[in-house]
Design a protein around this ligand. Structure first.
Ligand code: MG
Length: 487
């Protein structure tokens, strides 16, 4: 099939444009001076338009090939993804594409100011315009039953309000029961003195590298950097980069940011090499990607086995740990709190933060609420579901950047990631045994086998069915949390 090879060869143009975009974004998040933003924004939006036009040209050239079906999974995966992309691009015209990327940059700037000065009104008009644009995108993409479905599907193919409602209602109902017990028993609720202990940043950097080595990260294909919001980017198959943060206090924040991003990186590093530079080199969805980071962060990193096996190493770089036994470290890692900030939330309360943003986004898309009322609605929901009320909007609705980026529909994938990480723990072959015997290579091999190697060949639903026998099932998450926190 020469036609296929020709197509894949020409697809390298699209991939190269993408490659450059990933580098631009990485640079923006790490090294770019503040004033560099104007041209970066300009270049970035032009890249978007050029990429679109190259893609459309290619799609039309190979139209006969791409509109066929294939009984080969790899090819069928490519066809599925390219049709999704074609549908997206043919629904969103150049004008709208440029308008969106311009608005996102302005909105982000106003969000930074609003958050810093704790004034929602600085962001409010921009948010309003973003919401109007998001609705326009959804309407152009087309939807059934609920406008929000079109946006959910961008980040998590196949997700819709019906599925997400079920998941969040189940998780919220059961989380409340679990939290009531945890708070009445008090086991995980005591604040650790370790939170207030300062660490030496250079030593912490060394410790993070040592932890990466324990997980056999191939350092010749990998880099670790610093940014305000930790993230992972696969510039290419052999160039996977993560960032982490160093506040100089409360070392678990740096440690678990590193382990979380390492989980994303392991996914990228363990894909099958032949997917490289093809349209299916990605992952099926954000939920599936997040499951890998949460698996390493929570299920491995916050386990007693992690502490037993890395305690000497941690102590070498963090001398103060000499004064704490393993159990104290375990409670420090797993402390459950009614806290305002999502990124600092523990495993038990985390999904409440996600549910709140999900409910608000859904109501916005259905025109049930006015964007001006968001801060109060947010605070009321925090009080209802978590029992605390933010005093500042920067600790409430303004805390996360996603709305400024126009990422409506993104948030629910965090909870899907948590659910899948617990499904891997409960259903994966020999996971509990290998965790107990600290056989990290076996754990990584299993993840390669069940998730990583496929890239984005399969839709999320299909991959979950193949490897775990069912769709995201929140019962596993609740079971995992109950066993860890109540027994
Ligand atoms: Mg993540």
């Amino acid at each position: 099939m020469d036609e296929w090879n020709n197509f894949l060869d020409e697809y390298k143009t699209i991939n190269s444009l993408n490659y450059a975009q990933r580098l631009i974004n990485f640079d923006f998040e790490t090294y770019m001076p503040e004033m560099g933003n104007k041209w970066r924004a300009e270049a970035s939006s032009i890249f978007n338009v050029v990429e679109k036009s190259e893609f459309m040209k290619l799609y039309k050239k190979y139209y006969n090939l791409l509109e066929r079906t294939s009984d080969n999974d790899f090819k069928e995966g490519i066809l599925r993804l390219l049709r999704r992309e074609y549908h997206y691009y043919s629904s969103i015209n150049d004008n709208l594409l440029l308008k969106i990327s311009k608005k996102r940059i302005e909105a982000t700037q106003s969000w930074v100011k609003a958050k810093k000065e704790n004034r929602f009104e600085y962001f409010s008009d921009h948010l309003n315009e973003i919401i109007i644009l998001e609705k326009e995108i959804a309407d152009r993409l087309g939807w059934k039953n609920n406008r929000y479905n079109a946006l959910l599907d961008i980040y998590e193919e196949g997700l819709n309000v019906e599925k997400a409602d079920y998941i969040f209602e189940y998780v919220l109902k059961n989380t409340k029961i679990i939290l009531d017990k945890i708070f009445s028993e008090g086991l995980f609720t005591e604040n650790s003195r370790l939170e207030k202990i300062k660490y030496n940043i250079e030593n912490m950097k060394k410790l993070n590298i040592e932890i990466l080595k324990i997980f056999s990260i191939p350092l010749e294909r990998f880099g670790i950097f610093v940014s305000e919001h930790p993230f992972t980017t696969a510039i290419s198959y052999n160039d996977v980069r993560i960032t982490t943060r160093y506040y100089g206090i409360n070392f678990k924040s740096s440690l678990f940011s590193t382990i979380h991003e390492m989980g994303h990186a392991i996914y990228e590093l363990q894909k099958d090499k032949f997917l490289e530079f093809t349209p299916v080199q990605g992952s099926p969805s954000l939920g599936i990607h997040e499951s890998q980071s949460r698996f390493f962060e929570n299920i491995i990193g916050k386990s007693k086995y992690f502490i037993e096996n890395t305690r000497n190493l941690m102590e070498r770089y963090l001398k103060f740990l000499r004064n704490y036994n393993n159990e104290e470290i375990y409670y420090y890692f797993n402390n459950v709190k009614r806290s305002l900030i999502r990124v600092d939330a523990d495993e038990v309360t985390y999904n409440i933060h996600i549910a709140i943003r999900y409910f608000i986004e859904k109501d916005l898309m259905e025109d049930k609420i006015n964007p001006k009322d968001i801060p109060d609605i947010w605070n009321d929901m925090m009080e209802k579901y978590l029992g605390i009320r933010p005093e500042k909007h920067s600790d409430g609705a303004l805390q996360d950047i996603h709305w400024a980026h126009g990422s409506f529909g993104y948030f629910p994938t965090y909870t899907l990631g948590n659910i899948l990480s617990s499904m891997i723990y409960e259903k994966g072959i020999l996971i509990k045994e290998n965790l107990k015997s600290w056989n990290l290579n076996a754990l990584k091999d299993y993840l390669h086998f069940s998730v990583h190697r496929y890239g984005s060949v399969y839709s999320p639903e299909r991959l979950l069915k193949i490897s775990f026998g069912e769709y995201y099932n929140p019962e596993y998450l609740i079971k995992y949390i109950e066993e860890k926190y109540l027994k």
